[in-house]
Design a protein around this ligand. Structure first.
Ligand code: SF4
Length: 229
């Protein structure tokens, strides 16, 4: 990695001693707070658009609402709410009434629960499953040996259709559950309403991809070696 490439993930300083959190703090040579004033200025300009500002304001308020005992000082704050509750509360703060829910067929049971929680909190929920449309995978150029069920019909995932469905229904806020890597990217690229991710798919790790990160020095050490095709 060259020294110029912005890299907050490589920042060597403790969080409270970083220039992005403290005006007396430090930043490394590849620090965007120190080196990218024009990017920050453009972002600030965008943020000041009234509808964006309101969204960002409520997101920040929701962030702090997720902690208990703030009045006792930072060291004593405790997490208070599951993400599902945060989504309900944030959508309420934004006064949304219509929410889109896109999900993977593998999470259909979970999606049913999320749908009912949102609906019981007064939201109209438009939902779209990844396989909607029953388009054969061959349409993408997928060979039979590249399917999951070799020799059988297989519907392709259809994230653009999921996005178009929600766009047509004019959802105000979307919730994404467990779309595959890449399918999620296409949904995000084509969806018009802002989207939050409720769950990400990890088939092996029970949709908890961080398990591989937490065990990177033991069971998943092979991930640190360059992948070999
Ligand atoms: S903005 Fe600068 S100081 Fe903050 S994390 Fe990134 S590199 Fe580190």
């Amino acid at each position: 990695m060259d020294k110029e490439t912005p890299g907050c993930a490589r920042c060597p300083f403790e969080p409270q001693g970083r220039i992005c959190q403290d005006d007396q703090g430090k930043g490394p040579p590849f620090c965007p707070t120190l080196n990218k004033p024009e990017v920050l200025a453009r972002a600030q300009e965008e943020l000041m658009k009234p509808e964006i500002l309101e969204f960002a304001l409520q997101a920040s308020v929701q962030e702090a609402d997720g902690y208990a005992d703030r009045e006792l000082g930072y060291a004593r704050t405790r997490p208070l709410k599951p993400r599902l509750q945060e989504i309900v509360e944030f959508a309420g703060k934004m006064k949304y009434t219509k929410i889109g829910l896109v999900f993977c067929i593998g999470l259909r049971r979970e999606a049913k629960v999320v749908e009912s929680v949102l609906a019981s909190n007064g939201f109209t929920v438009v939902s779209g499953l990844c396989k909607m449309g029953r388009i054969p995978k061959e349409t993408l150029g997928v060979r039979d040996d590249q399917k999951i069920r070799i020799g059988c019909f297989e519907s392709m995932c259809n994230p653009i259709a999921q996005a178009y469905l929600l766009n047509e229904e004019k959802t105000e806020f979307n919730v994404m559950m467990g779309l595959c890597v890449g399918h999620d990217s296409l949904f995000l690229k084509y969806a018009q309403a802002p989207t939050t991710v409720f769950a990400v798919k990890d088939r092996l790790l029970g949709h908890n991809p961080l398990a591989a990160v937490y065990t990177i020095d033991s069971y998943y050490r092979s991930l640190k070696a360059p992948a070999q095709e």
